[in-house]
Design a protein around this ligand. Structure first.
Ligand code: PSU
Ligand code: MN
Length: 303
C-alpha cells in the first residue's frame, strides 16, 4: 500500500478483515451537486452504508493529502471549499505538491480505492467519449483508468451529454465488461434507457460477484462495469432531457468551454435549465447506485 495515500483506520480495519467496504467519489459533492444539498447527500449515503453493515470509504484530496475514508469534518470541508479543484489521476501529484484540495473523479477515486485494497465503488455517472470527440479528442480519463483497475464500479450509465454509442465502443476496445443490473437496456443516467443495448445483464449481486471472481481468476485487470438504471418512476421525462441537451451544448460552445471544465459546465447548466428537476434525479441515481454497491460489497465479502 502506497505511503502517499492516507487510509482511515476504519477503512484499513474493514479491508484487513475482509469486511464489505464501498468506495465513494467526491466530485459528486465538490462539483456535481449544489450546496447545501451536496453535503447532505454525501453524509446520508455514509450513514445508510454503516447502518447496513458496509464501511463507506469516501475518497478525496484534502490540502494535498490523498485520503481514502474521509472524516465527516473533511467531507464538510470539501463540500464548502470555493477553491476545491477537480482531480483526475494526472492531477493527483500536482495537488499533492501544491497542497490543493480536490474532488476526485471516477478515475482518481478508482485509483485510490484500488491502492487501498477496496474492490467496489459506486458513483453517479461515468465519464466517457464526448460528442464531437473525433475533432476534440475529448475522451474522459475514466475509461483508461477502468481498463487498468480490477474493481467493480456501479454507475447509472453515462449521461447523454456524452456520445453514448462511442463510449460503449471504447469500453469494448478497452476490454471492460459491461453488465446491466437486471436489464440489457444501457441506462442514460437521467433516463432508465438510453436507447443503446448491451449484451449481458446480471440477476443479482451474487452474479456480479461471480463475474468479478472470474475476472480475478483469469488475472484480467479491467473493472467490471455495472450499469444500474434509475427506477423509471424517478427518471427525468426523456422529452424534457432532449430539449435541454442541445441548448446546453450550444451554451458550452458559445462560451468556449472545453477540457475538464466541460462536464461540470454541462451538468450545472442542465441543473439550472430543469429548475432543479435533474437534481432530484441525480440524487435518486446516486442513492440507487450506493445501495447496489453495498449489496455487491457484501456478496464479494461473502465469497
Ligand atoms: N459524468 C456524470 N456526472 C459526473 C461526472 C461525469 O454524469 O459527476 C464527473 C465524474 O467525477 C467523472 C468526471 O469521473 O466528471 C469525468 O470528467 P471528465 O469528462 O473531465 O473526465
Ligand atoms: Mn474530458
Amino acid at each position: 500500500m502506497s505511503a502517499a495515500i492516507t487510509v482511515s483506520p476504519e477503512v484499513q480495519d474493514a479491508v484487513a478483515a475482509g469486511a464489505p467496504v464501498l468506495a465513494l467519489e467526491s466530485t459528486i459533492f465538490t462539483h456535481g451537486l449544489p450546496r447545501p444539498r451536496n453535503l447532505r447527500v454525501a453524509l446520508e449515503s455514509e450513514d445508510e452504508l454503516r447502518a447496513s453493515g458496509v464501511t463507506p470509504a469516501t475518497i478525496g484530496v484534502v490540502a494535498g493529502e490523498v485520503v481514502v475514508g474521509l472524516s465527516r469534518a473533511q467531507i464538510e470541508r470539501l463540500s464548502n471549499d470555493d477553491d476545491v479543484v477537480k482531480a483526475s489521476i494526472r492531477d493527483l501529484p500536482v495537488a499533492m505538491a501544491k497542497g490543493l484540495s480536490a474532488g476526485t473523479t471516477v478515475a482518481a477515486t478508482a485509483f485510490a480505492a484500488h491502492a487501498a485494497g477496496i474492490r467496489v465503488f459506486s458513483t453517479g455517472g461515468l465519464g466517457g467519449v464526448h460528442q464531437g470527440a473525433s475533432e476534440t479528442f475529448d475522451e474522459s480519463a475514466d475509461l483508461g483508468a477502468l481498463a487498468a483497475l480490477p474493481l467493480v464500479v456501479v454507475s447509472a450509465g453515462v449521461k447523454s451529454i456524452l456520445d453514448i454509442g462511442l463510449t460503449l465502443e471504447r469500453l469494448e476496445t478497452l476490454n471492460i465488461p459491461v453488465v446491466g443490473y437486471r436489464t440489457t437496456d444501457y441506462p442514460g443516467f437521467y433516463i432508465a434507457d438510453s436507447g443503446f443495448d448491451i449484451e449481458y445483464s446480471a440477476a443479482d449481486a451474487a452474479e456480479i460477484a461471480r463475474i468479478a471472481a472470474g475476472r480475478d481468476a483469469l488475472g484480467l485487470t479491467s473493472t467490471v462495469l455495472v450499469a444500474n438504471p434509475v427506477p423509471v418512476e424517478h427518471q427525468l421525462p426523456p422529452e424534457r432531457l432532449d430539449a435541454v441537451l442541445s441548448a446546453a451544448h450550444a451554451a458550452a460552445a458559445a462560451e468556449g468551454i472545453a477540457g475538464h471544465d466541460l462536464t461540470p459546465f454541462l451538468l450545472d447548466w442542465i441543473q439550472r435549465a430543469t429548475g432543479g428537476e435533474s437534481l432530484e434525479v441525480n440524487v435518486h441515481v446516486y442513492r440507487n447506485n450506493v445501495a447496489l454497491g453495498a449489496e455487491i460489497a457484501k456478496a464479494l465479502a461473502a465469497r
